[in-house]
Design a protein around this ligand. Structure first.
Ligand code: CU
Length: 144
């Protein structure tokens, strides 16, 4: 039986919380046709056990994965991290140049000023849904 924790968007920033996993500051950048997107957020595990994110779904991309950016001989590369586990009591900050959720195969570009839903499928069977705000293409932190 799947349990759904849904967090509806309002103008105040309400972090999503589900079984001890707390999402805040979720944002993305506007994209152009045919290009990939990324979601950045702060993910905190306030529980006393590790939480594993087994799958990611969004309304705007056919595929989403946790990636990590790293420097390799001066070249910025990315690798897919699977499974993505947040140890008990720890925080993972997804930000440009580091960890991010890569959005692949977007049927249409992400438009600045819009919001879309992203869902984490947790190892407990619960789904955690949270809104992601789209900023400008050059955005470096969550849009105000
Ligand atoms: Cu990536």
């Amino acid at each position: 039986m799947k349990f759904l924790c849904v967090f509806f968007l309002s103008l105040v920033t309400l972090p999503g919380v589900c079984e001890g996993l707390q999402i805040s500051e979720a944002w993305s950048r506007a994209t152009v046709e045919g290009r990939m997107g990324a979601v950045y957020a702060t993910i905190e595990n306030t529980s006393d056990h590790p939480i594993r994110i087994e799958g990611i779904k969004t309304s705007v991309a056919m595929m989403a994965q946790v990636h990590e950016s790293y420097l390799d001989n001066g070249m910025m590369r990315m690798r897919h991290i699977e499974p993505f586990t947040i140890p008990a009591g720890e925080v993972r900050k997804l930000a440009p140049g580091g960890l991010h959720i890569m959005l692949m195969r977007l049927p249409k570009p992400l438009a600045e000023g819009t919001t879309f839903e992203t869902k984490f499928e947790l190892d407990s069977g619960a789904d955690l849904e949270f809104p992601v705000v789209v900023g400008s293409m050059g955005q470096m932190s969550k849009p105000e």
